[in-house]
Ligand binder design. Structure first.
Ligand SMILES: [Zn+2]
Ligand SMILES: [Zn+2]
Length: 302
């Protein structure tokens, strides 16, 4: 039996750097310290802030809520029922279990109540519409209910695959925008990714070690996303060069200023003509993808 580096118990996980074995208890301690260090390093959160954690039912958001609660932060949970058959039911169940175990308030919004439709009902790029929808509804809810910050479970694997995807497409503008902390402006709340530097594998190990409830049911619309392919290459590369994901991200953080352009920094946002939230254009992307301007015209003509 392989033993823990710090005690006589059986190894639960082998870390890549430093290359050591840890038992379950020492791994939990290691993981929570690592998250706390990240929070301090990027000045992500403080204990006076009212934090809204986005939970989709999956391990990342759930582990984020769990670790923040253990570290003594003031959190509440936010979930959107997207109305995707099979997936949404099991997500909802996991989210409710989590809220009960953590003993924190859970806010649930039904997409259909707001847009009249579910994600099942729409045609077109469901993944990108889903992303726009989640970001918008979470921000609007947080803004209207006096939260200071929104935390999401995006992890190191998400970040490196987004960055790679934006390099492949030369989306220079998006390349300037991968940050662990996005400061608040206008009606946009501060947004924080506490797992920015933390690998997905470790989050899964932590969720299992702590018996955190989560669902493994995947959204069937997400399967073709190209960023899933990027994750696979990165995991292959990790086998040849351990820690390459972290090094790629660290190099990006050091050099990301080269992608910033003045035009974007001085960009003036306005208020969406339909919903009044902060928007880059006349109508925000949420109102645009859900065609909410049509509803407005209808109700005006009544
Ligand atoms: Zn140990
Ligand atoms: Zn709008």
């Amino acid at each position: 039996m392989t033993k823990c580096k710090f005690c006589n118990k059986e190894s639960y996980v082998k870390l890549k750097s430093p290359k050591i074995h840890l038992c379950k208890e020492h791994f939990i301690e290691y993981f929570e310290n690592k998250v706390e260090k990240s929070i301090k390093k990027y000045n992500m959160l403080n204990k006076d802030e009212k934090i809204l954690v986005s939970v989709s039912g999956g391990k990342d958001g759930h582990a984020a809520a769990w670790v923040l609660k253990k570290l003594g932060y003031n959190i509440e949970l936010f979930h959107i029922n997207l109305g995707i058959k099979g997936f949404s039911e099991s997500s909802l169940k996991a989210v409710e279990e989590l809220a009960k175990k953590l003993n924190v308030p859970l806010h649930i919004i039904n997409l259909k109540d707001i847009t009249g439709k579910t994600l099942e009902d729409i045609r077109g790029k469901k993944c990108s519409i889903c992303g726009i929808t989640k970001r918008y509804l979470m921000n609007k809810f947080g803004y209207e209910h006096g939260f200071d910050v929104i935390v999401t479970g995006h992890n190191l694997d998400d970040e490196v695959s987004f960055i790679l995807n934006n390099i492949l497409n030369w989306n220079i503008r998006y390349l300037a925008k991968h940050e662990p902390v996005l400061p608040a402006h206008d009606k946009f709340l501060k947004k924080v990714k506490i797992f920015f530097e933390i690998e997905e594998d470790l989050i899964l190990k932590y969720a299992e070690a702590e018996n955190i409830p989560f669902t493994t049911v995947k959204c069937r619309f997400a399967e073709k996303a190209i960023t899933l392919k990027h994750r696979e290459y990165f995991n292959e590369l990790e086998k040849l060069r351990p820690n390459i994901k972290y090094q790629f991200l660290a190099g990006y953080m050091k050099n990301r200023r080269i992608f910033k352009c003045e035009e974007d920094e001085n960009f003036e946002f306005r208020e969406c003509e339909i919903c009044g939230m902060t928007s880059a254009g006349r109508i925000c992307s949420f109102c645009r993808v859900w065609k909410l301007y049509k509803n407005k015209n209808k109700s005006n003509s009544k």
